[in-house]
Design a protein around this ligand. Sequence first.
Ligand SMILES: *Cc1c(COP(=O)(O)O)cnc(C)c1O
Length: 418
Amino acid sequence: MSFARRDGELCAEDVPVREIADSVGTPVYIYSAAALAERLRALGEAFAGVRHLVCFSVKCNGNLAVLRTLCRGGAGADITSVGELARAQRAGIPGDRIVYSGVGKRRDEIDAALAAGIKLFNVESREELRAIDAVARARGVRAPVAFRVNPDVDPKTHPYIATGLRTSKFGIPWAEAGEAYAEAKALANVSVVGVDCHIGSQLLDVAPFAEALARVRTLVGELRAAGHAIAVVDVGGGLGVDYSGETPPSVAAYADAVRTALADLGCEIVLEPGRAIAGPAGLFVTRVLYRKRGGDKRFVVVDGAMNDLIRPALYGAHQPVQPVAPARGEPAPVDVVGPVCESADFLAQDRPLPPLEPGDLLAFGTAGAYGFVMASNYNARPRAAEVLVRGDRFAVVREREVLEDLFRGETIPEEFTA
Ligand SMILES: *Cc1c(COP(=O)(O)O)cnc(C)c1O
């Protein structure tokens, strides 16, 4: 296992987590190269026999070393901005393995993606389609496009990460797909190559996938009948992971649902997994500063905070937590809170943890996705370090920010401040 106990001590692959924390400091994100590679491999294996490309969702973890690890395993990238394009390219991911999603692609971003020769633009509105056509014309190229269609299915996930409802800002309405594709076909500088769909994140059941993909299948048939050469179906991401005993679908069950809906269409399948690959491959490690009480509540104040790991504050998300050292004593419920001046600054609430002392380390699991990427400098807190482990070695793959980083780009114009 990538994160398991040896003689009671939590390890990342073959390295004791304590060793990393002592050497690099806390808070720190720790990723397992073996876990990343293995999760990518397992997903690819589930899709064996289906022509497919795994485009890892860079927004969930854009660390260059993480991207390189996945690139070595054959993954491409699903990007949402020119910044993520730059990350994917810097990590060595070739343009023909990059797909571009997101509702608000600027013209400079579209231009950069065309320059990179990306595989596919997932287009989210007809105005955006026209912008892509115009930018491609200026470059003298044709942009490969798919529309992100909104199948209006309820993924039964947190409302902030449900994206496939009719009222969502994402995708084009189902009923307008025919017209949108007809418009695209008439444009000289886009070529319609596929259909795209992404209904939400942290999905714990295959049923919404199956329902959405059945609708996509029907649409592909209709579009082909209307003369569109649909060669690619991008099924998005969204496969859930276990944070607190959830039972997400296995990659095999997920692949079966995709196969059942799409296998005989003869399309290449693009997958955009994020969380399902990186989530369980990462830990967030923080050190206990103080203990205190408030009424009947017991608090453990740690050096990590909502600016480092915002999911609990943002979604009320549950991140599993355990002490790094062997447990001593009986567990009792505590809130694990950070130093940020917000009541929402908690990492765990009412969680049974064994007695802890200042200096002890806590490891939050399933923190490899939507962890560091959502970190901010709120409360002027330098962002945490990131570490990649491989076997019995580890490397700092992003240095902890220093105070000087907090001021980078700021100036004090003397004439305005005198
Ligand atoms: C966020 C996102 C993904 C990745 O979602 P996960 O739930 O992390 O798998 C994939 N595609 C699109 C369009 C997204 O917005």
